[in-house]
Design a binder for this molecule. Structure first.
Ligand code: XMP
Length: 496
């Protein structure tokens, strides 16, 4: 595929989905047609970018309380995507979840478990259990590193009592803070040790590197500069009102990588003003959403003075989620395919650096290819992931099938948790804008992502696109009801 041809046609994506002619098409209304393929399937690269962050897999899990908490966020990031933690909980809980994700895979541990030389072997054992580690750094009264004590140093004989200073390895080799991953690997290899304490120029402990954390088990993981997993978080468009929550929010801001405003329709002046206030006091870049039209994107990109380094993406789609009933209840909606194409044109016109996240409505892996052909840089789904092992909640059995609960954030059930996400909707009184139901249990996120990525990659091969950027040039055509039937399995005994 040659040079892109959307940069000089201001209606390129809208023409593709015919929104020009008054249509608001959805995934099942269109099909991507085959393109010329002059590369090998192994050359396909589905890497994508949002602001300064790059992701090997352009698929995120949604900020929903039956989809993304710590476990899902860790797994999504390890595999190359991103988990966006939900906001249907107190700020304290959000902080705890973000902390866990950021600590999960850092090659530098900053909160190191330590002991004093006068502590006993019993205290050592207790601390190891408490932190789930097999070695502790020994610090003197001035926080200087004087030893390391590991499980191997503990006596077999439980009746014999020892002080740490009697059993520790004295004066362990340390490195100065600021060491790179590669340097740390080399150093640990040279000294043939498991742990490398990091110190400042006073020999005081500032971190720890362990051999285990340097293992390249997840080569595709989405990581920050320190090697910690990337973490996304759904946030309100308004700053927390009480001072305690505000303090907690500021702590979250220090750790989190991307905020996603989690609002059904953010094209409201109050919300946009609230988001500007958030940007003024935080450092975390923000993906704004959701919106559904060219006009909304145009206004956000031209009339609002959002700092360039803070606004890094727009998230689109309204009422198309599998658990959404916003459109049924209110008559308003923007199918994800339509919204993607509308906003893609505005982004091309006003700020091509902004990433476009297509959110909700994906049922089959082929829908992902369609979203990228309509201009997306990333896709987000709750539906694909709610039934995974890593989503919150228990596996239930209904009629012999394993299932998990999946609920909309505007459902009565989600709202009963508390008022945390009430400002996600226009006006919360009695009207539910989401439902709660079951989805089949589908096993690990890895299995689900593997299957989705294979479908997407094969779609790119057929479409003749090597990358997500090239996928934007895949040709889209409308299909009829008959065409839709023909393009699924049909005329078989069980599929009439
Ligand atoms: P899928 O299709 O993956 O969609 O289930 C997930 C997206 O749906 C949005 N969402 C809602 N929309 N009412 C709505 O109208 C709701 O209760 C609701 N809960 C989630 C959200 O954008 C999510 O990413």
């Amino acid at each position: 595929m040659g040079k892109n041809n959307f940069s000089n046609d201001t209606h390129y994506f809208r023409k593709k989905v015919d929104s020009q002619n008054g249509y608001a098409l959805t995934f099942d209304d269109i099909i991507c047609v085959p393109g010329f393929t002059n590369f090998d399937p192994v050359d396909i690269d589905i890497q994508t970018m949002i602001g300064p962050f790059s992701f090997k897999i352009p698929i995120f899990s949604a900020a929903m309380d039956t989809v993304t908490e710590t476990e899902m966020a860790i797994q999504m990031a390890l595999l190359g995507g991103l988990g966006v933690i939900h906001r249907n909980c107190p700020y304290e809980k959000q902080l705890m979840m973000v902390k866990k994700v950021k600590r999960a895979r850092s090659f530098i541990v900053r909160e190191v478990a330590t002991v004093h030389p006068k502590d006993t072997d019993v205290q050592v054992k207790q601390k190891m259990d408490q932190f789930g580690v097999s070695g502790l750094v020994v610090l003197d009264d001035d926080d200087r590193v004087i030893g390391i004590v590991t499980a191997r140093d503990l006596p077999y004989d439980q009746n014999q009592k020892y002080r740490v200073e009697e059993i520790m390895t004295k004066n362990p080799i340390c490195s100065m803070d600021g060491i790179s991953r590669e340097e740390a690997q080399q150093k640990l290899y040279e000294i043939r040790k498991e742990k490398l304490p990091l110190v400042n120029d006073q020999n005081q402990l500032v971190g720890l590197i362990t051999r285990k954390d340097l293992r390249p088990e997840f080569p595709d993981a989405s990581k920050d500069k320190e090697g910690r997993l990337l973490c996304g978080l759904g946030i309100s468009p308004n700053l927390p009102k009480n001072p305690f929550d505000l303090e907690t929010f500021k702590k979250i801001d220090e750790l989190c990588d991307i905020f996603f405003t989690d609002v059904a329709d953010v094209y409201k002046s109050n919300d946009l003003t609230g988001i500007k206030e958030i940007m003024d006091i935080t450092q975390t870049p923000i993906v704004l959403g959701n919106i559904g039209t060219f006009e909304a994107a145009e206004r956000i990109l031209t009339k609002f003075d959002f700092p360039e380094d803070k606004l890094i993406g727009l998230k689109v789609g309204m009422g198309s989620g599998s658990i959404c009933i916003t459109t049924i209840q209110t008559g308003i909606g923007a199918p994800t395919l339509f919204a993607t194409a509308e906003v893609a044109d505005a982004i091309q016109m006003y700020n091509p650096k902004i990433a476009l996240i297509s959110d909700g409505g994906f049922i089959n892996s082929g829908d992902l290819t369609k979203a990228f052909a309509a201009g997306a840089d990333v896709t987000m789904s709750g539906h694909f992931f709610a039934g995974c092992t890593e989503s919150p909640g228990y596996i239930d059995t209904i009629g012999g099938r394993k299932v998990k609960v999946y609920r909309g954030m505007g459902s009565k059930e989600a709202r009963s948790t508390g008022p945390y996400a009430f400002d996600r909707y226009a006006n919360v009184k009695k009207l539910a804008e989401g439902v709660s139901d079951y989805v089949p249990f589908v096993g690990s996120v890895k299995g689900v992502l593997d299957q989705l990525c294979e479908g997407l990659k094969n779609g790119l091969v057929y479409g003749g696109a090597r990358t997500i950027q090239e996928a934007k040039q895949i040709v889209i055509r409308k299909i009829t009801h008959a065409g839709k039937i023909e393009s699924s399995a049909h005329d078989l005994l069980s599929r009439k």
